[in-house]
Design a protein around this ligand. Structure first.
Ligand SMILES: Nc1nc2c(ncn2[C@@H]2O[C@H](COP(=O)(O)OP(=O)(O)OP(=O)(O)O)[C@@H](O)[C@H]2O)c(=O)[nH]1
Ligand SMILES: [Mg+2]
Ligand SMILES: [Zn+2]
Length: 289
């Protein structure tokens, strides 16, 4: 199901392709399924000529995002801008942790590379590539490397996330021919309006796969993270942490910490470690993101 609107649920006939079919929900199902989310896999009775289809069953979902309400997400695309607004790497790290927590894949997408030197884009992405994240440097304005991004989205349900103004809507407009959602001011206004979450929608990508645009910070969760969970969400820290003296080492003040030693030896990026300490403090204070 890719779109819920005006009492209808729009269902793609084949897996991640085809034209959405308007459906109603079988009456008895309404009692069982409290809320059907976009991204839900459903069984439906196709419409006879001139009528609508009927959703007969909803499959159990693997995962669901709260904001935007999207089920069965495969991949979170964490978008930052190379400039304007300046890259918010703390926010990027939060999004990568969120993806890890939900057990969905993550892609680092650096947009607006037309505004910086190529070396600057590479400097920003290198630490993430080294840690094993898929990372692309693109420009929604010039179209640079958008085919590479499209390749990462193929065949998957992906959600674009990142702070306001980084170019999520501009990217989805470029990736989906014919889509002309308004960028800039308009979405900022909409975000405060009542339409935002109700209109979560999955857009069909030309290469196959589905993409949800989201406004601003909407993907962050309310639930606070425990410090031990946080440490596990950094792939490199989880791997190296096996060499720490203490089990459950949080790589902060503990003695004989393999992670801290790797940072001091220049084997792990210092700046990402400093941001980890910020997130660790937040987790200790149990602050929601
Ligand atoms: N120079 C440059 N500008 C871009 C690029 N991508 C987007 N922009 C501009 O950045 C501004 C914000 O883009 P949007 O796509 O609306 O940003 P958004 O992430 O959807 O923002 P919200 O919907 O508020 O969360 C617009 O004025 C775009 O034209 C890019 O690659 N290069
Ligand atoms: Mg937008
Ligand atoms: Zn440690």
């Amino acid at each position: 199901m890719v779109r819920a609107y005006g009492g209808f649920y729009y269902v793609l006939p084949a897996a991640l392709s085809g034209d959405p079919v308007p459906c109603r929900v079988r009456g008895r199902l309404k009692r069982v399924v409290e809320r059907i989310l976009v991204g839900e896999r459903v069984e439906y009775e196709p419409p006879a000529a001139g009528t609508e289809g009927v959703i007969e069953a909803v499959h159990p979902r693997r995962v669901a995002l709260v904001r935007p309400p999207v089920a069965n997400v495969d991949q979170l695309v964490a978008v930052i801008a190379a400039a304007s607004p300046a890259p918010d790497l703390l926010q990027l790290d939060r999004l990568l942790c969120l993806a890890g927590r939900l057990a969905v894949e993550a892609v680092v997408c650096l947009n607006k590379i037309d505004l910086v030197e190529p070396a600057e884009a590479e400097r920003l992405l290198r630490p993430y590539r080294k840690e094993g994240f898929a990372a692309v440097a693109v420009s929604a304005l010039t179209g640079a490397s958008l085919d590479e991004l499209a390749g990462l989205l193929r065949g998957k349900i992906s959600v674009l996330a990142g702070r306001s103004g980084v170019g999520k809507t501009a990217l989805s407009n470029r990736l989906i021919p014919g889509r002309q959602a308004r960028t800039g001011e308009v979405s900022r206004r909409l975000r405060q309006g009542r339409h935002t979450t109700r209109h979560a929608e999955l857009l069909l990508l030309p290469g196959g796969g589905l993409l949800a645009d989201t406004p601003g910070f909407s993907v962050l969760e309310d639930e606070a993270l425990r410090p031990e969970e946080l440490a596990q969400l950094y792939p490199e820290y989880a791997r190296l942490g096996r060499g720490c003296r203490f089990r459950g080492c949080l790589h902060d003040q503990e003695p004989d910490c393999a992670v801290k030693q790797a940072v001091e030896a220049g084997q792990l990026p210092e700046e990402r470690y400093q941001r980890y300490l910020v997130l660790l403090r937040e987790a200790r204070e149990r602050r929601p993101w």
